[in-house]
Design a protein around this ligand. Structure first.
Ligand code: 5RP
Length: 267
């Protein structure tokens, strides 16, 4: 592996082999998502706890201080919106690799829709993006998207989508956690896996449990958005999630971190 690729990957994946990515890219198809209407304000108190931030070039330029020292994972796919939910898989590449270099991105990311009508289109986009990014030592993170079909998040489907993305050349795969068969999914994917959270759930303890279990079964971390910044206590969430990922905190210990920060007993 070339020095540049190694250098960028080591900005994303920390020395302990773990990673906490903070995505705020949701507006690229959802528009002004709840709690992300002003992404700069949303992210300000929580970005220090993340290892990298995932977002589009529009939000990066408009809302992020260029003096920020966090690595940027630039979302480069899009072209579909919630206004046409049946067309969510109709994505292409919206942002060039030249732009990613100009913006000093440490990685790029894009969605693939395995099993959908546009499966071929999105997988070919991934191949083309990887071809170009590898020339410049830029890692590609593939996002295994399910659109509105959240029921697709079972091990069999996610293992297929993750393996395909890795075979095509993604350096990191973002997928979802599933209780049954997650270890098999990880075993079948030759590159590091991070998990997303999906829509916000009611109990933070549940989030800590997913993450803990996913790490135990071989994931390297998270690309977790809504369950942090849509939470009433986003800083407490960010710190507790960080404790699970980088301090091996159990769900119970993470809950203690969360409660202490929430109640003001800890910073
Ligand atoms: C949106 C994305 C998100 O980055 C990803 O789904 C993670 O966010 P969340 O934890 O909110 O699901 O790719 O398409």
């Amino acid at each position: 592996m070339e020095w540049g690729m190694k250098n960028r990957l080591s900005q994303l994946i920390q020395k302990d082999g773990r990673a906490m990515f903070l995505p705020i890219d949701h507006g690229y198809f959802q528009g002004p998502t709840s709690n992300l209407e002003e992404p700069g304000k949303t992210i300000e108190p929580i970005w220090p706890y993340a290892d990298a931030i995932m977002l589009t070039r529009g939000v990066l330029r408009a809302a992020i201080d260029p003096a920020i020292t966090k690595p940027i994972i630039l979302r480069v796919s899009g072209g579909a919106t919630m206004a046409r939910r049946d067309e969510l898989d109709n994505e292409g590449i919206t942002t060039s690799v030249t732009e990613a270099i100009r913006l000093n991105a440490s990685a790029v990311s894009m969605s693939v829709y395995v099993g959908s009508e546009r499966e071929h289109q999105t997988l070919m986009s991934l191949g083309n993006l990887v071809n170009e990014c590898e020339d410049y030592g830029i890692p590609t993170m593939a996002v295994t998207s399910v659109g509105t079909e959240l029921g697709k998040r079972d091990a069999r489907y996610l293992a297929l989508a993750s393996r395909i993305a890795a075979e095509i050349g993604a350096r990191v795969v973002k997928t979802y956690y599933c209780e049954e068969g997650f270890e098999k999914l990880v075993r079948g994917c030759p590159v590091p896996i991070v998990i997303a959270g999906g829509p916000k759930v009611d109990s933070e303890f549940e989030v800590f449990k997913w993450i803990y279990d996913a790490l135990e079964k071989g994931a390297i971390g998270v690309n977790l958005g809504r369950n942090i910044w849509q939470h009433e206590h986003p800083v407490a969430m960010a710190k507790a999630v960080r404790a699970v990922i980088h301090e091996n905190a159990t769900p119970k210990e993470a809950q203690d971190v969360f409660d202490a920060v929430k109640s003001g007993k800890a910073d």
